[in-house]
Unconditional design. Structure first.
Length: 152
């Protein structure tokens, strides 16, 4: 995995995004901030879309999205074919999102997580590799559903 990560937020995640950018840079990550630029109200789908399109274009392997709860960003990001977004509220979820599910986008809630908890989640998520094995069989099934459409 490269040391480049994309990050974006709406107004509800703006303060947490700023703290995470600073933390990631201390950890020697190249962080690309795709907005928002301040605390004024904006629409989270715009920023989720910008980040997901950049990942799909190859700008980075992974990205972090932050809104008030992380739910809106997660729902939006998972509409993009090839994006596997995971909303995580603790380090165990972050580890499983990578190890078991091979997620490429981490979603966080700026209004539900403290800064130190969020930093721990991000570090675990970025430092965990996909486990493969039986998990590869399962993620392969997810990709097949994505390709063919869900069964009715």
């Amino acid at each position: 995995m490269g040391k480049r990560v994309l990050i974006a937020s709406d107004h509800g995640g703006f303060e947490l995004k700023r703290a995470l950018i600073e933390h990631l840079r201390i950890l020697d990550y190249e962080v690309v901030d795709l907005g928002t630029e301040g605390p004024a109200s904006v629409d989270y789908p715009d920023f989720a879309g910008k980040l997901c399109k950049a990942i799909l274009a190859g700008d980075a392997e992974r990205g972090i999205l932050i809104c008030g709860t992380g739910i809106g960003m997660s729902i939006t990001a998972n509409k993009f074919k090839g994006i596997y977004a995971a909303l995580c509220t603790n380090e165990f979820m972050a580890r499983m999102a990578r190890n078991d599910n091979d997620s490429n986008v981490l979603c966080l809630g700026g209004r539900v997580l403290g800064g130190e908890v969020a930093k721990g989640i991000v570090e675990v998520w970025l430092n965990t590799s996909f486990g493969g094995g039986r998990h590869a069989r399962r993620t392969g099934k997810i990709r097949a559903i994505e390709k063919e459409g869900a069964a009715e």
